[in-house]
Write a protein that binds this ligand. Structure first.
Ligand SMILES: Cc1ncc(C[n+]2csc(CCOP(=O)(O)OP(=O)(O)O)c2C)c(N)n1
Ligand code: SF4
Length: 298
């Protein structure tokens, strides 16, 4: 916790994180619930808004930083993670959140996810997975189910969908969870846990697109089918059990923490800071500088 915190943790409420901007999402969009859950999670964590940086890509879901009072950066489609990592490295004291759609995260930005995971940068990455491109009016996304016909794919999706949960578990993510605004308490709790996890945390949110999505993805259908991992007595310390359950992505809606590493590894920003400090302590002369960079003396 930073020493900059102006008020005691218990003084923060969800209202402190809600900006004056009125969301322009379609009425009923799942993202309304996601931003509410984020306000609640942030209030429980109790960091002041000026100590939070919220980075997104481009998409309906990527509008989310603007609806909070945190410092926001609505960046470039698929590039939220590189920007968030740069911000975290420049100022490791900031609480850094990252968010966007399934297209943003697993299509154009898919290559960045693996590297953020293996660096284990302390960022919480929230993907609003609606299995469609919402902003650009309903094209196939990487998580669209096979056979889905859309405005730009009249004959249906020919590829099988990306499984975001297996993807991140396979790359070694230390914290992996799934939630839905159909269970607001559960979603706020998962987001809070992700923020508190000392390393890269991935949260997949089944946030329905009411305009271009499918009937069985809507909140009513989700409420009727979701199963909490807690009710299955899943042990979140067991990566293989988590991978087993994650295989049901697209068929069953499991919510809760799939995996939380029992012994969190070092974060990239900590290792980078330690290396910088070690180098500073050894550099006393020009010869030392050359040695640090392994350059030859002229
Ligand atoms: C480099 C680039 N390519 C394509 C686009 C067009 N574009 C904007 S948002 C988007 C996809 C949105 O889908 P998703 O990321 O899943 O978010 P959603 O709108 O569903 O929340 C696309 C293709 C863009 N803005 N920039
Ligand atoms: S198009 Fe879909 S994802 Fe975008 S605001 Fe509307 S309901 Fe939400």
């Amino acid at each position: 916790m930073s020493t900059l915190s102006a008020r005691p943790v218990e003084d923060y409420t969800a209202k402190d994180y809600k900006s004056d901007l009125k969301p322009i999402w379609c009425p009923g969009c799942g993202d309304f619930g996601v931003v509410q859950a984020i306000y609640r999670a942030l209030a429980n964590v109790g960091r002041p808004p000026h100590e939070i940086a919220f980075i997104s890509g481009i998409g309906c879901s990527s509008r989310i930083p603007g609806y909070t009072t945190a410092y926001g950066f609505n960046s470039v489609h698929g590039r939220s993670l590189p920007i968030a990592q740069g911000i975290k490295l420049a100022n490791p004291d900031l609480l850094v959140l990252c968010a966007g759609g399934d297209g943003d995260g697993f299509s154009i930005g898919g290559g960045h996810v693996a590297h953020a995971i293996r660096r284990n940068i302390d960022i919480t990455y929230i993907v609003m997975d609606n299995q469609i491109y919402g902003l650009t009016k309903g094209q196939l996304s990487p998580t669209s189910r096979r056979g889905l016909a859309t405005v730009s794919s009249a004959h249906g999706a020919m590829e099988s969908p990306v499984n975001p949960l297996l993807y991140v578990l396979g790359y070694g993510a230390e914290f992996v969870a799934q939630g839905t605004p159909a269970d607001m308490n559960g979603l706020a709790k998962i987001i809070e846990e992700g923020i508190r996890y000392p390393g890269f945390a991935f949260i997949n949110v089944q946030s329905p697109c009411v305009t271009y999505g499918q009937e069985d993805q809507m909140l009513k259908a989700q409420k009727a089918t979701l199963q909490t991992l807690e009710s299955l007595s899943h042990n979140p310390a067991d990566r293989l059990a988590a991978m087993d359950l994650a295989q049901a992505y697209g068929e069953k809606l499991y919510t809760g923490v799939f995996f939380r590493h029992a012994k969190p590894g070092p974060t990239f920003e900590r290792l980078a800071r330690e290396r910088q400090d070690a180098q500073r302590s050894t550099v006393k002369s020009r010869a030392d500088v050359l040695n640090v960079f392994r350059l030859k003396k002229p």
